[in-house]
Design a protein around this ligand. Structure first.
Ligand SMILES: [Zn+2]
Length: 336
C-alpha cells in the first residue's frame, strides 16, 4: 500500500463512520457488515456477559416465593395525546411519566416508551426476543422504564441501575379481535414510512398487557439493540396478550424501514445466560403432574393446528434455518 493510500484509508473510515453517525447507526440483524454477529466490534457492550434477550429455561428458573408482585400505577386510562412513531425499526409509543412501576425491591421506575418485536417474514415465523424453553412467541411487547432516582431517561440510560423493561408475549390462535388494540392497529396505516408520527388519543396500557400482571420472570440483562448497555432489569410476564390473526398480520405488514422493506423479524438472537440466575415469583408449573399433562395435550394440538413451535430456533441450534428466514430482513435501528 502506498503512503497516499495509507493516509486515505483512515480518512475514508472516518468518512464512513461519520456517515453512520449521521444516520444514527447502520446496524442490522442479519444483513451487511454490521449484522448482529458484528455488533460487538462497534458496540463493545454487545459482546458482554450479561446480554439480552435470553432463553428462559423453566427448569433452571429459581422460584423465589419472597419476590413480590410488581406495582403498576397510572397504567389505566390516560387522557391526552400520545405520539406513535415508525422509527424505521419498530413502532414506538411515547408514554406519560405518570406511568410508574414499583419493583419488588421498592425501586420506582418511570415509563418512557413502549415498542414491539415481531416476526412475520412468513406466516410461520414468530418474533419474540425472549424464548421460553426454546419456544419463540409471536410478538414481544417492551415497556421501557428508567429509574426514578435519575432526572431523565437520557441520564438513566448510561447509569448501571438505570433501566427496567416490562416485557410480555403475544399469543395468537383463533381469537376474536382484541378491541384494546384496535386503535393502535388502525393507526399503523398512518405511519407506513420511517419518521412518520401519528397520535393516539387516550391510552390504556393496562388493557394492552396480559390479564395476570403478578407472575413474572426476572433477571439482569441489557438493551437488546446496540449499544446493548448492561443496565436493564428485566421483568418478563408469564401470562400472554391475545390477539387475532388479522391483528398480528397488520402489525407484521404495515410498516416500512429506511430501505423500503417491510419491517419484519426485528428481534435479536438469544444470548448466553453465563452465570446469571433467572428468578420467578411463581412455581414452575411444568413440573407438576397436572401441568405436564396439559403441556402434552397442548403440544399434540399444536401439531394439528399450527406450525412447529419455535420454528425459529436460536442460531446455535439451526443456523441455516435462521439464515434463510432472516435473509430478506434488514435490521433496523431504534431507541431500544
Ligand atoms: Zn425491545
Amino acid at each position: 500500500m502506498c503512503s497516499t493510500m495509507r493516509a486515505l484509508v483512515p480518512l475514508l473510515s472516518l468518512f464512513l463512520l461519520g456517515g453512520q453517525a449521521q444516520h444514527g447507526s447502520d446496524w442490522t440483524y442479519s444483513e451487511g457488515a454490521l449484522d448482529e454477529a458484528h455488533w460487538p466490534q462497534h458496540y463493545p457492550a454487545c459482546g458482554g456477559q450479561r446480554q439480552s434477550p435470553i432463553n428462559l429455561q423453566r427448569t433452571k428458573v429459581r422460584y423465589n416465593p419472597a419476590l413480590k408482585g410488581l406495582k403498576l400505577t397510572g397504567y389505566e386510562t390516560q387522557e391526552g395525546e400520545f405520539p406513535m412513531v415508525n422509527n424505521g425499526h419498530t413502532v414506538q409509543i411515547s408514554l406519560p411519566s405518570t406511568m410508574r412501576m414499583t419493583a419488588a425491591d421498592g425501586t420506582v421506575y418511570i415509563a418512557q416508551q413502549m415498542h414491539f418485536h415481531w416476526g412475520g417474514a412468513s406466516s410461520k415465523i414468530r418474533g419474540s426476543e425472549h424464548t421460553v424453553d426454546g419456544i419463540r412467541h409471536v410478538i414481544e411487547i417492551h415497556v421501557v422504564h428508567y429509574n426514578s432516582k435519575y432526572k431523565s431517561y437520557e441520564t438513566a440510560q448510561d447509569a448501571p441501575d438505570g433501566l427496567a423493561v416490562l416485557a410480555a408475549f403475544v399469543e395468537v390462535k383463533d381469537y376474536p379481535e382484541n378491541t384494546y388494540y384496535s386503535s393502535f392497529i388502525s393507526h399503523l396505516a398512518n405511519i407506513k414510512y420511517p419518521g412518520q408520527t401519528t397520535t393516539l388519543t387516550g391510552l390504556d396500557i393496562r388493557d394492552m398487557l396480559p390479564k395476570n400482571l403478578q407472575h413474572y420472570y426476572s433477571y439482569d440483562g441489557s438493551l437488546t439493540t446496540p449499544p446493548c448497555t448492561e443496565n436493564v432489569h428485566w421483568f418478563v410476564l408469564a401470562d400472554f396478550v391475545k390477539l387475532s390473526r388479522t391483528q398480528v398480520w397488520k402489525l407484521e405488514n404495515s410498516l416500512l424501514d429506511h430501505h423500503n422493506k417491510t419491517i419484519q423479524n426485528d428481534y435479536r438472537r438469544t444470548q448466553p445466560l453465563n452465570h446469571r440466575v433467572v428468578e420467578s415469583n411463581f412455581p414452575n408449573q411444568g413440573k407438576g403432574h397436572l401441568a405436564s399433562r396439559e403441556k402434552t395435550k397442548s403440544k399434540s394440538k399444536a401439531h394439528v393446528n399450527t406450525p412447529p413451535l419455535g420454528s425459529r430456533q436460536p442460531r446455535s441450534l439451526s443456523s441455516n434455518t435462521v439464515k434463510t428466514h432472516k435473509d430478506n430482513v434488514l435490521g433496523t435501528r431504534r431507541a431500544f
